[in-house]
Design a protein around this ligand. Sequence first.
Ligand code: MG
Length: 171
Amino acid sequence: MLNKKVSDLLNEQINKEFYSAYLYLDMSNYFSREGLSGFANWYMIQAQEERDHAMLFYQYMQNNDCPVKLTAIAQPDKKFKKHMDVLKAGLEHEEYVTASIHAIYDAAYKVKDFRTMQFLDWFVKEQGEEETNARDLITKMELFGTDPKSLYMLNQELAARVYSAPSLVLD
Ligand code: MG
């Protein structure tokens, strides 16, 4: 049986990951309306990955005989005035999720829950990659986003992103 604080935080993380999926779906929705289908694709795949993350936390709890409580997912309420607002909100959100994962890790560390720490190792690495991807996108947008031809090319680059299942698999 997992420590109460650790299991509460894991349970909250399920909701946070589903919220992330919802947020990215809303960003995809925004770019679809803006006519940038490549950006919409990129954020759609991002949403799929977040749903995978939620399911990994769910499965980990199930595997450890830990009761799961599914709670309401908040409405994405960010208003985007320009393309860059979305990219910056994405990075900000990933930094928030990183802090959240680190807080679970800290709680697990305090009670010597080595199993949960090992499970979370994958997410610690994943968050590093998510933040790098979000920063890279901001850099590209700063360089090319103001020129229509370059924006067109960038949109095409992002259209090429394909979904792949997470490398972490829980039975
Ligand atoms: Mg995630």
